[in-house]
Design a protein around this ligand. Structure first.
Ligand SMILES: [Zn+2]
Length: 60
């Protein structure tokens, strides 16, 4: 089942997006509405990526 934008009612399309967090940047594919450009980031993805970055920071 495809995710849809609640506002536009269209299917979301995967798009590679660059994130910036705590001075680091990384790219990940997220679902984005092709009409209004709203980006949907699953909570698990956000939490996982943030934890990953925090771990990298601690190792330095
Ligand atoms: Zn939309």
């Amino acid at each position: 089942m495809a995710w849809q934008c609640a506002k536009c009612g269209v299917d979301l399309a995967p798009k590679s997006t660059v994130f910036s967090y705590m001075g680091m940047t990384f790219a990940h594919e997220v679902l984005r509405c092709p009409v209004c450009g709203l980006v949907f980031i699953q909570k698990e993805l956000a939490d996982g990526k943030m934890a990953e970055v925090e771990q990298l920071m601690e190792e330095k």
